[in-house]
Design a protein around this ligand. Structure first.
Ligand code: C2E
Ligand code: CA
Ligand code: CA
Ligand code: CA
Length: 278
């Protein structure tokens, strides 16, 4: 038994080494990616349910890896968060999204807000607000065309979060709570947050037509936002039936494959060009 225990320990140890080596490699590669312009943004349109108009788009990062091809954020954002690289990456995303949106406005495309994901580590940086102000200033984007998506985990320290959010709102930008319903959420605190919109997490939307619990949760979140004067958007809408349910329950906006996948900048341009705004 003693012998076996020792072996197990060694196996565990070498697995640990493999994992940390992987981590180190990933970290170095990601650092290089940032410097060598391997990171790009795709944009997923958001649609008003009633009018069918595009009302905004979310910036979603991708890594164009020289050997591995397009890498999903799911496969590198966790590493970036752990290593702290999310801070410079997040700053790049913010700047790039604002630069691109301002460029589209200058080119005569419809003026629409761009949503940018802010990770918890980034949210807790003491200079976040100054950074957002500087990016708006240097890109020339009007603050009303920028929305930041934060998650419930960024609001764990309620008083700190309220302070940051008030400062951000002061700049004239919009705030939404992403993946709503999946994290710690205290409705009494939610009331105190100066936010504009809730994004209903796609895990609830997925089974809306088959799971009465999910249907009830989604309907309740929508009803609640109405009482709180918040806007609401449903994520991960893939079918016409889901859209119908959301429409019936007075959801404002949808984002999902049913309307469009996330698009490269040039593809979104084509969509904006062909899209008649009512
Ligand atoms: P998220 O913020 O919840 O973004 C929505 C994700 O759902 C995106 O995945 C999008 O492509 C996907 N999606 C949209 N519509 C549908 C649908 O109808 N069905 C399904 N199954 N999926 C749909 P993506 O682009 O792979 O991003 C995954 C996550 O990575 C994001 O989740 C976000 O948490 C993170 N992420 C992406 N870009 C950034 C970024 O610039 N900064 C930070 N901090 N995180 C990012
Ligand atoms: Ca998001
Ligand atoms: Ca989300
Ligand atoms: Ca998510």
């Amino acid at each position: 038994a003693k012998e076996k225990g020792k072996n197990n320990y060694q196996v565990f140890n070498s697995e640990m080494k493999t994992i940390s080596l992987k981590r180190l490699t990933m970290e170095n590669e990601l650092r290089k990616a940032l410097l060598q312009n391997e990171l790009i943004l795709h944009y997923q349109p958001q649609m008003d349910i009633v009018s069918g108009n595009i009302v905004g788009f979310e910036a979603l990062i991708r890594w164009r890896h020289p050997e591995r091809g397009m890498v999903s954020p799911m496969d590198f954002i966790p590493f970036a968060e752990e290593s702290g690289l999310i801070v410079p990456i997040g700053e790049w995303v913010l700047r790039e999204a604002c630069r691109q949106n301002k460029l589209w406005q200058n080119l005569g495309y419809p003026h629409l807000p761009v949503s940018v994901n802010i990770s918890t580590r980034q949210f807790l940086q003491p200079n976040l607000c100054a950074q957002v102000a500087e990016v708006l200033e240097s890109t020339g984007l009007d603050p009303s065309y920028l929305e930041l998506e934060i998650t419930e985990s960024s609001t764990m320290d309620v008083d700190y979060a309220i302070g940051v959010l008030l400062e951000l709102k002061e700049l004239g930008i919009k705030i939404s709570i992403d993946d709503f319903g999946t994290g710690y959420s205290s409705l009494s605190y939610l009331k105190r947050f100066p936010i504009d919109k809730l994004k209903i997490d796609q895990s609830f939307v997925r089974d809306i037509m088959t799971d009465p619990n999910d249907a009830a949760i989604v309907a309740s979140i929508i009803a609640m936002t109405r009482h709180m004067n918040l806007k609401v958007i449903a994520e991960g809408v893939e079918t016409e039936e889901q859209l119908g349910f959301l429409h019936l329950n007075n959801c404002n906006e949808i984002q999902g494959y049913f309307f469009s996948r996330p698009l490269a900048a040039e593809q979104l341009e084509m969509m904006l060009m062909n899209h008649q705004q009512a």
